[in-house]
Design a binder for this molecule. Sequence first.
Ligand SMILES: [Zn+2]
Length: 171
Amino acid sequence: MSYLDPVSSGILLLWFTVLGACVGSFLNVVIYRMPLGKSLSHPPSHCPQCGHAIRWYDNVPVLGWLWLRGKCRDCHTPINIRYPFVEGVGGLVFGTITYLTLQQAGDSPLLEFCVFVLSLSGLVLTFFAAIFIKMDGQKIPIRLIVAMGVLGALAFLLFRLYFVPASTTLG
Ligand SMILES: [Zn+2]
């Protein structure tokens, strides 16, 4: 059975959209910590006001912000709407690229499909992170530019398999 049948492609679309929202959540950390040269994994996410760690069940992308009504559970300091916004954009970018690629996937192997969706979505989101870092008045970290290069190269290599008509592909 192909991953292109309606049920499998629907599951794939949902799965990649949720993954994208989680990537968006990580992107918030990248935007905030990377230009400052801080570790991306330590310390775990915490409220900048009261320092309490964010509980795993409140750390669900977009939804966590909604059920906390945009406030820290401990000190009730408002949480910037930018966090759920970046998470939502992550889900939207992954979901849209998955959807568009599914329309073009033909009989391409699932692994190739996943690598393409992940690299192109990742590329779009690293650009997005770079814009936010610039808006914060910070320099774009070299690590982010390297990530862009790697994701861009992967996406470029696979792009023509999906989005260039067969007659115009080279050799
Ligand atoms: Zn707090």
